[in-house]
Ligand binder design. Structure first.
Ligand SMILES: [Zn+2]
Length: 227
């Protein structure tokens, strides 16, 4: 397994990654898919139960897939896992399944990638309750600066929703955050990660290469389980 190098663009959350020179991807595999990690240059994986695809009658099977896969060296994180108030099963089943996945992540010393839609109180409560050693990354973020800082003050990292981050109105949020707590992602949308890097480095007033260095440091700290 190859890790990102200086100069690489890092796509921290994608689906269906392809091998592209200069781009390093963390592809999310969802436990309900029958897809396995492949050893390709520039692609590593997270693996977890997405709340949209969780049901009472597939819970046990999906959870045992996570347990079976967690020690695969290509799988560097658990997730996406989390809470969705719009789509998915009962909040009780979502909460139970999230806690089970966090426990697996803690036991195997892997960080967690979070999917959270309109359930910020639940997410913050879970973080207080479980008090994890492993860092959490909230992907697809597009909330207010105050919420972002609440999550960051609990030790979490944020990656922005690909569509929102390219819009001018996201600049205020981006500028309000510490650059050592952010990541960028395409979420498998087909948007070019290089365009997202350009937009965000401009917002922050960083030279592109300096900004790439910052995201690479964030990556190394996040996956070495640091705060
Ligand atoms: Zn995703």
């Amino acid at each position: 397994m190859k890790l990102p190098e200086a100069g690489d663009y890092i796509d921290i959350h994608t689906h269906g990654a392809t091998v592209l020179p200069g781009i390093f991807s963390v592809e999310t595999l969802m436990a309900h898919e029958e897809k396995l990690p492949g050893n390709y240059p520039g692609i590593i994986y997270s693996f977890g139960i997405h709340p949209w695809f969780l049901e009472e009658n597939n819970h046990d099977r999906l959870l045992s897939r996570v347990v079976d896969m967690v020690d695969n060296p290509l799988i560097v994180a658990i997730g996406e896992a989390g809470f969705d108030k719009i789509k998915g099963p009962s909040s009780e089943l979502q909460r139970k399944t999230f806690e089970e996945q966090v426990n697996i992540a803690e036991k195997h010393r892997k960080p967690v990638v979070i999917h959270c839609v309109r359930a910020w109180e639940e997410l913050l409560q879970e973080h207080k309750k479980l008090s994890p050693d492993m860092p959490w990354l909230v992907h697809g973020f597009r909330g207010k600066p105050e919420l972002a800082m609440q999550l960051i003050s609990r030790g979490m990292y944020l990656s922005f929703w690909f569509d929102y981050v390219l819009r001018p109105e996201s600049s205020k949020l981006i500028r309000s955050l510490p650059a050592d707590r952010i990541f960028l992602e395409t979420d498998g949308s087909g948007v070019d990660i290089r365009d997202i890097y350009n937009k965000v480095s401009n917002d922050l007033g960083f030279e592109l290469e300096i900004f790439k260095g910052q995201i690479l440091r964030n990556f190394n700290i996040f996956f070495n389980n640091g705060r």
